[in-house]
Design a protein around this ligand. Structure first.
Ligand SMILES: C[S@@+](CC[C@H](N)C(=O)[O-])C[C@H]1O[C@@H](n2cnc3c(N)ncnc32)[C@H](O)[C@@H]1O
Length: 186
């Protein structure tokens, strides 16, 4: 089923570029080679392909066929293998203790109830000792430059993530300054 993201991705170049998010470069090194990562709502694949180039085994999921096709092309051009899956996070089968790490970059499309469901899915799908890497807007940013997030303040992951993941420990929280908000390199 076509999504509004298909229309956004229907262009020759890559909407968010082909370079990984700065956050992924900053923290992706924590994922050891050979580890299995689930990249949630991975879009055109900039983050999953970067991880795969580092020797990480990546499963990438997204609901956009168009995004997935471009992600597949990016992986082919980089000469890496990524397991691409089309799917909706709302109906995703969060297989228990399946991944060493989960990567979620800019998934603020999810309203609070779905967001909570997704977080429960993360908790379930991570192996014991697994790593959760999440990157998104701070609430103060949503009405600034990013039109799609504007008016969706309640979708943003307000407050520290740690209380929502009682099973996780060692949560680190940081800020990255990005000139263009969500966009190339952000
Ligand atoms: C802002 S983009 C981020 C893409 C990618 N994570 C990145 O950083 O380049 C949000 C992505 O969420 C995907 N998405 C939106 N709703 C979804 C859903 N219900 N299930 C899975 N993916 C979804 C869109 O197709 C889009 O690729």
């Amino acid at each position: 089923m076509a999504t509004d993201w298909d229309a956004r991705y229907d262009r020759e170049d890559y909407l968010f570029g082909t370079e990984p998010a700065k956050f992924v470069v900053a923290h992706g090194g924590r994922v050891p080679q050979g580890a299995h990562v689930l990249a949630v709502a991975d879009g055109e694949g900039r983050n999953s392909v970067w991880l795969a180039k580092r020797g990480v085994r990546v499963t990438s999921m997204d609901s956009s066929e168009k995004g997935l096709a471009k992600a597949r092309r990016l992986a082919e051009e980089a000469g890496v293998s990524v397991a691409f899956r089309i799917g909706d996070v709302a109906h995703w089968d969060w297989e228990g203790e399946s991944y060493d790490a989960i990567l979620a970059v800019f998934i603020q499309f999810a309203p609070p109830a779905l967001r909570d469901e997704i977080h429960r899915g993360f908790d379930k799908a991570l192996k014991p000792g697994g790593l959760l890497l999440m990157h998104g807007f701070a609430p103060r940013q949503v009405n600034l430059r990013h039109r799609r997030a504007a008016g969706r303040r309640e979708h943003v992951h307000a407050g520290p993530a740690a209380p929502r993941f009682p099973g996780l420990r060692g949560a680190a929280r940081g800020r990255l300054r990005c000139r263009a908000g969500l966009g190339r390199g952000a």
